[in-house]
Design a protein. Structure first.
Lengths: 178, 421
C-alpha cells in the first residue's frame, strides 16, 4: 500500500511538473467564444474595456446576435507582435452560421495584474495562419511515456488492492489478526 | 413458469428497452436545449453549470434506490422508477424557474439511474443463459439510440413546431407512462427473485443492508468489477463529453458537421452493443470484453489524433463501436457473478458508485490536462488520447486476472448454493 501511495505521489509530481504558463492562443479563443453568447457574452473578462473595444472591432453586432451564431471559431499559433518585446499576435478565423468568414489577429499582452494575458486590441483581414487553423498546442513526446508509465502504475495498484482483498476475504481470520 | 415463453420475453425486452432508451434520451435532452432554457428562464452559464452538477449527483443518489430492488422486488421497483421518471420529466416541462427545473432533473436522474440498474438485473434473471448476452446487447444499445433521438428531434425542429419550445422535449418523456399502463399487468416478478424470496431458507439472508455486497464472499468480485467499470467509464465518458469540443476547436469542424458526425457514428456505433451481445453468448464475456477494450484503446486514441475530417468519421465509428459497445459486457460482469438476493445491490455498487465516479473524474481530468489556456498538455485531443492509454490497459489487466467468466453461470444453482450454505 505504501508503494502504491508513493507511485501516485510521484505521478502527481510529474504531472505538476508538466504544467506550463498560460497560452495566448487559449485566451484569444475564449475571448472569441464569449462573443458567441449573444447579450450574455462577457469579453471584458479577458482584458477589461480594451477587450470589449477589440470585440466591437471584430464583430460590431456581437451583443445582438443569437447565442451559437458563430459556427466555427479557430485560432492559429501566437507570434511576437511586429518586434514588440512582450506583446503577441494571435491569428483567428470565424465562420458564422450564415457562411460569413472573418479573419484577423488579436494582440495580447501580459495583464498589469500579472495574471496571464489580456486582449489589448484586434483587427480584421489580411491574416493567414501557418497551422491550417488546427489547434497549435499539444503534448510533448515524454507525455506519451508518462501515459504508458501511468497505466503500469494504475494496473499494479489495482492488482495489489484486489489481491489483498481476495486474500483477506478467503481468510478473514488473518485480516482480523493483522 | 409456462407463461414465461418467448412471446413474454419479447414483450419484456420491449418494456426494458424503452426504459433504457429514455435514460439515454433524458441524459442528452437538457444539454441539447440548454441555450433555449437559459434564455427562457433568464439564467446564466454559471447557473447552467450548477444545474449540470446537481443533476449529476442524482445519478449517485440513484444507488440507494437501485439497491432497494433486492428488498421490494424487481418488477415493483421498475414500475416505481418509470412512473417517478415520468412525473419528474413532466415537472421539468412545467418548470417556472431554474430551481424548479434543477430539482425536477435531479429527481429524473435518480429514477433513471435506478431504472437502468433494475432493467439490467431483470434481463439477467429472466433470459436463458444462451440468450442473456443478446438481450443485454439490445437493452443497452437503446441508451445510445435514445441519445440520438434527441438529435433527430432537434434536427427536425421540435423546439419550433409548437409554442412549447424546449418544453416539448420533456413532454416526449411522458411516453414511458403509456408503456407502463399497458405492460404492468402482464409483467411478472422475475422467476429467480420469486424463487429465492419464496424459499424459507432465504429468511436468514440479509435482503436490506447496502454493505451485504461487501461481505467476504463477494467483495473481491465487486471490487474487481467496480475497478474495471471505473477505468472503462473514465475514458468513455470523457470521450463522449469532449469529442464535440475537440472536433470544433481543435480539428476545425463546424458545429453542424460535428453534430452530424456524432449522430451518424452513434447510429453505426450502436451496432457495437448488438454484436457484443451475440459474441459474448458465443465466446464468453471476458474474451469479448478484452477484444472490445483493445479496439477502444486503438480507435479511441486514434480518434483524438485525427485532424482530417474525411478520416474522422470511420475512426469515430470504430471508437464508438468498441468503447460504448463494451457496456454490454460490464452489465453482465456487475450482475451475473452474484446470487439473486444481493444482485441488485452489487450492481448498484458497480454502476452507481464506481462507474459514475469514473465518469465524473474522467471528464474533469481531461479538462484540467487539456485546458487551452493553462493545462499541462494544452490540447483536449492529446489529453484524451493520453488518458485512454493510461486507463484502458489497466481495465484489461484487472478483468483478465480477477473478473469471473459467467457465460455458463447457472443462476438457480448459484442461488441454491447460497440457500444451502
Amino acid at each position: 500500500m505504501r508503494r502504491a501511495t508513493t507511485g501516485v505521489i510521484l505521478l502527481l509530481l510529474v504531472l505538476a511538473g508538466c504544467a506550463s504558463s498560460q497560452r495566448p492562443e487559449g485566451l484569444v479563443e475564449r475571448w472569441l467564444l464569449s462573443l458567441n453568447q449573444g447579450a450574455a457574452g462577457t469579453p471584458d473578462r479577458y482584458g477589461g474595456q480594451a477587450a470589449v473595444d477589440a470585440a466591437n472591432a471584430v464583430l460590431p453586432d456581437w451583443r445582438t446576435r443569437d447565442p451559437g451564431a458563430l459556427d466555427r471559431v479557430q485560432v492559429g499559433s501566437a507570434a511576437p507582435d511586429r518586434g514588440a518585446a512582450v506583446a503577441q499576435s494571435v491569428p483567428f478565423r470565424i465562420e458564422t452560421m450564415d457562411g460569413e468568414v472573418i479573419t484577423g489577429a488579436a494582440i495580447v499582452h501580459p495583464c498589469p495584474s500579472g495574471g496571464g494575458w489580456c486582449v489589448e486590441g484586434a483587427g480584421t483581414g489580411g491574416v493567414e495562419s501557418t497551422s491550417d487553423w488546427t489547434w497549435p498546442a499539444g503534448a510533448h513526446g515524454w507525455a506519451w511515456v508518462c501515459a504508458v508509465l501511468a497505466t503500469v502504475v494504475l494496473a499494479l495498484i489495482a492488482v495489489v488492492i484486489v489481491s489483498v482483498v481476495r486474500k483477506t476475504a478467503a481468510n478473514p481470520g488473518s485480516a482480523a489478526a493483522t | 413458469v409456462s407463461e414465461r415463453d418467448d412471446r413474454y420475453r419479447r414483450k419484456l425486452l420491449f418494456l426494458l428497452s424503452s426504459a433504457t432508451f429514455f435514460e439515454g434520451y433524458d441524459t442528452f435532452a437538457l444539454p441539447f436545449v440548454l441555450s433555449l432554457v437559459l434564455v427562457d428562464l433568464g439564467a446564466s452559464e454559471r447557473a447552467a453549470g450548477v444545474v449540470r452538477a446537481v443533476t449529476a449527483i442524482g445519478t449517485v443518489v440513484a444507488f440507494f434506490l437501485a439497491a432497494r430492488a433486492d428488498r421490494v422486488g424487481r418488477k415493483r421497483l421498475l414500475l416505481v422508477t418509470i412512473v417517478g421518471y415520468t412525473i419528474a420529466t413532466a415537472a421539468t416541462a412545467a418548470s417556472p424557474g431554474l430551481i424548479w427545473l434543477t430539482v425536477a432533473q435531479f429527481l429524473a436522474q435518480v429514477f433513471l439511474g435506478a431504472e437502468w440498474a433494475v432493467a439490467i438485473t431483470i434481463v439477467v434473471e429472466e433470459f436463458p443463459r444462451e440468450h442473456r448476452g443478446r438481450a443485454l446487447g439490445i437493452v443497452t444499445s437503446m441508451n445510445t439510440l435514445g441519445a440520438i433521438f434527441v438529435g433527430v428531434l432537434a434536427a427536425i425542429g421540435l423546439q419550433d413546431l409548437t409554442s412549447l419550445g424546449w418544453r416539448a422535449f420533456f413532454l416526449v418523456g411522458l411516453v414511458p407512462l403509456l408503456l407502463v399502463a399497458r405492460g404492468r399487468r402482464s409483467m411478472f416478478e422475475t422467476e429467480r427473485y420469486e424463487a429465492v424470496r419464496g424459499d424459507d431458507r432465504s429468511e436468514r439472508l440479509d435482503h436490506a443492508s447496502l454493505l451485504e455486497a461487501w461481505k467476504p464472499a463477494y467483495r473481491a468480485t465487486v471490487l474487481a468489477v467496480g475497478l474495471v467499470t471505473f477505468f472503462r467509464f473514465f475514458v468513455v465518458s470523457a470521450g463522449a463529453f469532449w469529442w464535440p469540443y475537440f472536433a470544433q476547436q481543435e480539428v476545425g469542424m463546424s458545429v453542424s458537421l460535428s453534430g452530424l458526425y456524432l449522430a451518424a457514428a452513434g447510429l453505426l456505433g450502436a451496432a457495437g452493443f448488438l454484436v457484443a451481445g451475440r459474441m459474448m453468448d458465443r465466446f464468453g464475456r471476458k474474451p469479448v470484453f478484452l477484444v472490445y477494450m483493445a479496439g477502444a484503446l486503438v480507435f479511441g486514441t486514434w480518434t483524438f489524433q485525427v485532424h482530417d475530417t474525411g478520416l474522422m468519421l470511420p475512426v469515430l465509428c470504430a471508437g464508438i463501436f468498441f468503447g460504448l459497445g463494451s457496456v454490454a459486457m460490464t452489465s453482465a460482469f456487475s450482475t451475473e457473478p452474484f446470487p439473486t438476493y444481493v444482485r441488485s445491490r452489487a450492481a448498484a455498487w458497480c454502476r452507481n458508485a464506481f462507474e459514475v465516479l469514473g465518469g465524473v473524474l474522467g471528464a474533469l481530468t481531461v479538462g484540467i490536462l487539456g485546458d487551452h489556456v493553462s493545462g499541462p498538455v494544452g490540447s483536449i485531443g492529446d489529453a484524451m488520447s493520453l488518458v485512454t492509454i493510461a486507463m484502458l490497459p489497466a481495465a484489461m489487466v484487472v478483468c483478465w486476472l480477477f473478473v469471473p467468466e459467467t457465460n455458463a453461470e447457472d443462476m438457480a444453482a448459484m442461488d441454491e448454493a447460497v440457500l444451502v450454505g
